[in-house]
Every structure is written in C-alpha cells, then in structure tokens.
Design a protein around this ligand. Structure first.
Ligand SMILES: CC(C)(COP(=O)(O)OP(=O)(O)OC[C@H]1O[C@@H](n2cnc3c(N)ncnc32)[C@H](O)[C@@H]1OP(=O)(O)O)[C@@H](O)C(=O)NCCC(=O)NCCS
Length: 142
C-alpha cells in the first residue's frame, strides 16, 4: 500500500468512500474546493485502487486540524487509517505545527478509539455541533 497526494482523478473513489462512511458526506465540489484552497489531502492506494483518504489543514501556521478521514469498509482494521494519520502527523511536524485538533461525533465510538490509539486525547464536548444536533468531542494532541 502506498500513501500519496490526492489527484483530481481520485475524486470519484474518494466520494464513494466518503458517501459509504458518513451520514452527511461532503459533496464532490466541496472536496475539490478544500483541496484547491490548499488543504493537505492524501490517499491510500492498494493495487491501483484508492482505499482511504485524509484531509487536513494548518491554521495560523501552528494549529493542525484533521478535517476528514475515511477508509473503504473492506479495508478497515488493516492499518490504512493509522498510516494516513501517521503520514499527516509527519507533515505537521515538518511545518512545526504545535497542536492538532479534530472533532468526532459522540456516537462514533470506533473513530474515538482509533484516534485515542493514535495519541489524541478527548478534550471537551461541544453540544449540538452537528446539523442533526449530535454532540462533538474535540480531541487533540500536542
Ligand atoms: C476511523 C477509521 C478511519 C479507522 O480506519 P482503519 O483503517 O480501520 O483503522 P486502523 O486499522 O488503522 O486502526 C488502528 C487501531 O484503531 C482502533 N480502531 C480502529 N477502528 C476501530 C473500531 N471500529 N472500533 C474500535 N477500535 C478501532 C484499533 O485499536 C485499531 O487497532 P487494531 O485493529 O489492531 O485493534 C475507519 O473506521 C473509518 O473510515 N470510519 C468511518 C469514517 C469515520 O468515522 N471517520 C472519522 C470521522 S471523525
């Protein structure tokens, strides 16, 4: 498996994974807009097929933010997500990012465990953060 930078031709596969993974997926144009605005966007590729992706952002040159990560259901629990996060953390380090934050749905127990395993700590709850009023947990690492 390789981790490489996103290309426009990956949009279709990223969208398939995004749609299968989230109740409120980002539409294709937003994904491309985020990329064009300069977000970090990496994909995991196995046998010429994109099987996961991560999108992140660096705010004010010192705060990193993981915007989205998802792995094809058939490739979960095979360390694809870990590899994507590790690579992003390396990029954050290169840019001297001091802290990294992300939001996760309270009910997304799998992702919360995943992020804890990747060294993130649950920092606080933001009530009604999502459109359907679910609370978010802010997780961070320094
Ligand atoms: C969260 C997600 C990206 C994890 O990707 P993944 O490739 O399956 O993760 P990894 O295989 O690298 O998991 C590493 C470790 O994290 C933990 N973990 C990952 N998924 C887990 C789950 N569903 N339940 C409990 N622990 C989990 C485990 O400790 C795992 O190690 P193990 O398999 O040896 O037990 C993936 O489940 C996914 O795409 N979920 C849907 C989208 C989503 O919720 N994204 C996060 C939104 S904030």
């Amino acid at each position: 498996m390789i981790i490489r930078e996103f290309k426009r031709s990956d949009v279709k596969r990223v969208l398939e994974i995004e749609t299968a993974s989230f109740r409120d997926p980002y539409p294709a144009n937003i994904l491309v807009d985020i990329y064009n605005l300069g977000a970090g966007f990496l994909v995991a590729q196995e046998n010429n097929r994109v099987v996961g992706y991560i999108i992140f952002w660096i705010k004010f040159e010192e705060e990193g933010h993981i915007i989205s990560i998802a792995v094809d259901k058939n490739y979960r629990r095979m360390e694809v997500g870990s590899r994507l996060v590790e690579k992003s953390l390396n990029i954050f380090k290169k840019y001297n990012v001091k802290s990294i934050k992300l939001e996760v749905r309270m009910g997304n127990k799998g992702a919360r465990k995943f992020y804890s395993k990747m060294g993130f700590k649950e920092e606080k709850v933001v009530e009604n953060y999502y459109e359907d009023n679910e609370d978010a947990i802010i997780m961070s690492q320094n």
